[in-house]
Write a protein that binds this ligand. Sequence first.
Ligand code: NAD
Ligand code: UDP
Length: 325
Amino acid sequence: MQRRKRALITGGAGFLGSHLCHRLLEEGFEVICMDNFITGSPDNIADLIGHPHFHFIQHDVTNYIYVAGPVDYVLHFASPASPIDYQQLPIQTLKVGSLGTHKALGLSLAKGATFLLASTSEVYGDPLVHPQPEDYWGNVNPIGVRGVYDEAKRFAEAMTMAYHRYHGLDTRIARIFNTYGPRMRIDDGRAIPTFITQALQNEPVTVFGDGSQTRSICYVDDLIDGIVRLLFSNVVEPVNLGNPDEISIAALAEEIIQLCHSSSSITYKPLPEDDPKVRQPDITRARELLDWEPRIDRKEGLRRTIEYFQKRLEQQPVAKRWNGS
Ligand code: NAD
Ligand code: UDP
């Protein structure tokens, strides 16, 4: 009998990583989830504990990674991802993007595994080209407060391509644009969980700056579908994965207040340093090479996410961490 394909998911107890664990188990994989819980949570994988094809290893991937037996795929998702998280964890963020990526690539090489890097739209920084195609090199402030994340990911992409070119490793690079959905941490500080939590509690919704900056938001199921398609493709060059549906942050706040049937008002706070003014993926490459595009529209995705946060709030009141102070 043919053995099950084995995938290692670093950062598997985080928001995206936990969705990937669930999805690859559904695809018939054996899944090894590795995480140190620095920004993730055991809650995200609690329902998988005891699953016959799921294994969890608590480990900081900036240190040597040991996995017994064969590994066919390594999906490197470990990294703080919320701006508040990575600004509070600057050294850990730089280490997991550099040392962690090196260790995950080394394991892939030793096992002959295909390696997929969770990169980000932040490699484009505060973009001067709009929307952003993959051949845009970006506009990043290396010494700014966001530089710890942006430069770690840019290094991670360079390291991935070096392993591909020098060692012939089979690699993939997903440039992920703002993705949201169930299992985001209620207090992770990103706009969507923050706005939903505030609106559901009828508290002021904190918009930074004048709210004219834009983002293009993708529901998690669509993103995970894109990741799986990329993994099973032979596309080595970076691929943007995100939903081109662009909206200003002020309009997003209004929409969330409405969808939550909330009496919240909007309160304006100072715009954080180097906050990108616009962001929208050009997904031509993903459409052409992966036959992928997002299917879940914004209102539907937000409704599903609000339902999740409503349940979380009933279970667990939240420590306030969203006012930018
Ligand atoms: P998250 O914070 O929920 O998940 C990250 C996970 O990595 C957490 O479980 C954390 O504990 C783990 N981790 C961090 N450092 C680690 C280390 N040294 N060793 C082991 N585990 C470690 O964030 P997320 O939104 O799920 O993001 C996952 C990945 O996707 C990140 O690499 C992020 O940069 C990338 N990404 C996410 C988005 C998005 O919109 N969610 C956008 C672009 C890129
Ligand atoms: N933002 C906001 N209020 C908040 C959190 C975020 O107005 O409470 C803004 C933030 O300044 C940025 C946008 O929302 O312009 C998206 O922020 P997020 O942290 O979700 O991710 P980013 O795209 O900046 O990495």
